[in-house]
Design a binder for this molecule. Structure first.
Ligand code: MRU
Length: 340
């Protein structure tokens, strides 16, 4: 399937990122020649989405190694810790780090090849998940999605978004309800932009309208991504996902999580152990613009929440579909060889 936009690319010795903080009104690129520029872009969400930050993190390792940063170990920790919840980032850094056995002999070419392999595998995994996910859908119904999971969030056509594209092409999806995704509006700014580019009919809604839509509009499924999935199938994703899962259960709507194996963290027994990023209060109160209260508001801004596995109908990864996710069903699929 054709890629509309590439969130992360490697071009002429630089990691080039589309600046997602400026979308959809401006398409601008950040050319990162120093690893710290990538770290900064990850922290301030210029590049975001679990697989995309993994890929950007891998290229940041290449940059740090080429810059001759010493000790390299310290730079790797900085990259790994740029954001804590999406395990794709630390997974990618560990995969790169495994190639460095002697800090005095850094295999620069090999590091670039590995980062490009991480990128390519994500792209191929997206295609496979799109097919597997679309096959789960009933004919011609509207679906709901959350946050942003497309080209902007991955190395390919997307996780959940790939399923939206394939499902629409196969006439299994008639319409998409895109939740705005407060506070940073990844849904309203980025998913609507990608839906427009792909000419998929959609309606944007505020997050608090989801229950009404699920009650009244014959929604066939909720399809979204994940940032980290524990060994028992509990899945962390953008805050608000858990609320949608509860609503889906009440209304009898299938709830599908689409995520590559790089998003699974089998070291964690359950979702309680997933570290949840807390972000600045300005992301919430910024909506008030110049109309700020005289005394700063007390605000809590967790960026993710965890959906318990028993609210998830199935998890789609590139190795297969994990129906009724729990430790044993996860293991059965994850033990399979990679399809590429
Ligand atoms: O804070 P963000 O924008 O990086 O959060 C992204 C999400 O929560 C996505 O849904 C998730 O990474 C899955 S997608 C590809």
């Amino acid at each position: 399937m054709k890629l509309r936009i590439q969130a992360v690319t490697w071009q002429e010795d630089a990691c080039v990122l589309i600046d997602q903080t400026k979308l959809p009104s401006q398409i601008t690129y950040l050319t990162c020649r120093h690893y710290r520029e990538v770290v900064d872009a990850i922290r301030r969400l210029a590049v975001r989405g679990a697989p995309a930050i993994g890929i950007a993190g891998a290229y940041a390792v290449v940059l740090a190694a080429r810059e001759g940063v010493t000790p390299l170990e310290k730079a790797l920790t900085e990259i790994r810790e740029a954001r804590p919840t999406a395990v794709n980032l630390s997974w990618a850094v560990s995969r790169m780090q495994a190639l460095i056995s002697d800090p005095k002999k850094i295999p620069l070419e090999r590091l670039l090849q590995e980062a490009q392999a991480i990128h390519e595998e994500d792209l191929l995994g997206n295609e496979r998940m799109a097919e597997l996910g679309a096959a789960l859908l009933a004919k011609g119904k509207p679906v709901m999605t959350y946050c942003n999971t497309g080209d902007l969030a991955t190395g390919g056509i997307g996780t959940a978004f790939g399923v939206l594209r394939q499902g629409y092409e196969d006439k299994k999806i008639s319409h998409v309800y895109a939740c705005e995704t407060r506070p940073v509006l990844q849904g309203l700014r980025l998913t609507t932009w990608e839906l427009q580019q792909n000419e998929i009919p959609f309606t944007a809604i505020c997050d608090n309208m989801a229950a009404l839509i699920l009650r009244d509009r014959d929604v066939g499924a909720i399809i979204l991504g994940a940032d980290r999935i524990a060994a028992n199938g509990d899945a962390a994703n953008k805050v608000g996902t858990y609320a949608l899962a509860v609503l889906a259960k009440y209304h009898g709507v299938p709830f599908y999580v689409v995520a590559p194996t790089s998003t699974f963290d089998l070291h964690l027994g359950s979702g309680d152990q997933i570290p949840i990023e807390t972000r600045p209060s300005s992301e919430i109160v910024g909506v008030l613009g110049n109309n700020q209260p005289p005394v700063a508001l007390e605000v809590w801004n967790p960026s993710f929440d965890v959906t318990p596995h028993d609210l998830i109908t199935a998890i789609v990864c590139e190795k297969g579909v994990i129906h009724r996710p729990e430790a044993s069903t996860l293991k059965a699929i994850l033990d399979k060889p990679s399809p590429h």
